[in-house]
Design a protein around this ligand. Structure first.
Ligand SMILES: Nc1ncnc2c1ncn2[C@@H]1O[C@H](COP(=O)(O)OP(=O)(O)OP(=O)(O)O)[C@@H](O)[C@H]1O
Length: 130
């Protein structure tokens, strides 16, 4: 193998290693959220219920894609909200209006994503039954 080829192979293996490491951090984040965040556990349980409802309704692939994207978006926003809350509580545990505003903004992001999810769900049900 040429030097160039060997270098490329090494770069690829380092990249894969980094990918595995990042996946490991992500799994650790999911475990932390499941253990310490009631809202995340509720989100996961309601996601399972929504997936079961979608399977029962049996919509087309596009509806499935919309539902799965909305569920992932809602879960991801909940995770970001939990991360921001724990950062705020660690860095600035005392009361401060800007900490309050930061937490309120993160809560608003969760609310917005959940509203989008509800709309997609209602439209999917409406398209099937109305
Ligand atoms: N340090 C603070 N300074 C100012 N306002 C705060 C502070 N901590 C919390 N708040 C206010 O209280 C609200 C709720 O904050 P809290 O940290 O209890 O979040 P939560 O959504 O109830 O999450 P959890 O139940 O996971 O702790 C915030 O959105 C904010 O308005």
């Amino acid at each position: 193998m040429s030097v160039h080829g060997a270098m490329q192979e090494k770069r690829l293996s380092l990249k894969n290693e980094a990918l595995l490491k990042r996946a490991g951090y992500a799994m650790a984040g999911l475990r932390t959220a499941w253990r310490s965040e009631k809202a995340f556990r509720q989100q996961m349980l309601s996601s399972i219920a929504i997936l079961a409802l979608t399977a029962a309704v049996g919509p087309g692939a596009v509806w499935w894609a919309l539902i799965v994207m909305a569920l992932c978006g809602a879960a991801a926003t909940e995770l970001m909200n939990a991360g921001l809350e724990s950062l705020c509580d660690r860095v600035h545990p005392e009361f401060h209006p800007m900490i309050g505003a930061a937490k309120d903004l993160a809560s608003a992001a969760v609310f917005t994503m959940n509203t989008g999810l509800t709309v997609v769900l209602l439209l999917m049900l409406g398209s099937r039954f109305l």
